[in-house]
Design a protein around this ligand. Sequence first.
Ligand SMILES: NC(=O)c1ccc[n+]([C@@H]2O[C@H](COP(=O)([O-])OP(=O)(O)OC[C@H]3O[C@@H](n4cnc5c(N)ncnc54)[C@H](OP(=O)(O)O)[C@@H]3O)[C@@H](O)[C@H]2O)c1
Length: 319
Amino acid sequence: MNYRHLGKAGIQLSELSFGSWVTFHNQVGVESTVEMMSAAYDAGVNFFDNAEVYAAGKSEEIMGAALKKLSWRRGSYLISTKLFWGLHEGPNEQSTLNRKYLLEAIDGSLTRLGTDYVDLLFCHRADPSTPIEETVWAMHNIIERGKALYWGTSEWEAADIVSAIEIAERHHLHKPVVEQPVYNLFEQHRLGPDYKAVYEDHRLGSTTWSPLASGLLTGKYKAGIPDDSRGALEGFDWLRGMLTDQGRVAKVSALEPLAAEMGATLAQFALAWCLQNPYVSTVLTGASRVEQVRENMQALNFVDRFTPDLMSEIDRIFS
Ligand SMILES: NC(=O)c1ccc[n+]([C@@H]2O[C@H](COP(=O)([O-])OP(=O)(O)OC[C@H]3O[C@@H](n4cnc5c(N)ncnc54)[C@H](OP(=O)(O)O)[C@@H]3O)[C@@H](O)[C@H]2O)c1
């Protein structure tokens, strides 16, 4: 495993990391989680991602139970959670980054995760109805209370991230150090030219998500939706159109000879491609079974095989 600095922060994250979205509780319980997190950790993964909203808090509970069983030294790994959507109905507890919600929600997450602090705490989305200044102060206070070590944003517009940084600088508060954007061969805009100021001038880190476009980039949706896949899960029908879109499936097929020439599986090829981007600090992988974790971790063997010619050919397919 290689490790990259989280932007200009002192902390280093494994190039591949592991997240719980969709899978924990919906597809796997504590036992499989222990197995998959172990496989990742044994491969050198030091960062595990979660969110309050995943399986309505159950994903945090499962990760907490798994961490308890695993008994890893706390200094050897980082965990994150993300706040925004909320677990309770009511005007102040849903789709918000208000101070009251953030200061209360972090306590629920810590209890479910069974930890005194998370290493990274994300604002899971932007909240246009709360002043950014209020959110920056709340995130600063959470850090000052020792409940998170670093904070960041997820899927925020570049201008809002810069605004949060400037507010923090003005008041000498803890600044956001990381953004969590979608990033895969189909979705590249969140690391595109609009974010130059974020990643170059302010040197934020990034923990990028859905590197396999929910599994589409493994080639498994070529002949429709496999019964044991994310695309077949109840409650995730909104993903099906994207997973079976024939234009997208054709692009994945066009990658097959390129991956084969490298000796990589499509999943390994797509993951290794993400790591070509210097703005990426870590690629958050997901898996529903331990075999996928083992296959995905081997992507690291292919990171240095992407020549400029190959990158141009890939760009041509996805342009
Ligand atoms: N900040 C945000 O808004 C946000 C949003 C989404 C995700 N995330 C984070 O990013 C993490 C990763 O996202 P993701 O789960 O969407 O990643 P992904 O890599 O795009 O999709 C992972 C899914 O693809 C399938 N898969 C993975 N490896 C495979 C392989 N080798 N062969 C065949 N199928 C394979 C599995 O689903 P099946 O086996 O069920 O088909 C797996 O659960 C999440 O866990 C979460 O921590 C953050």
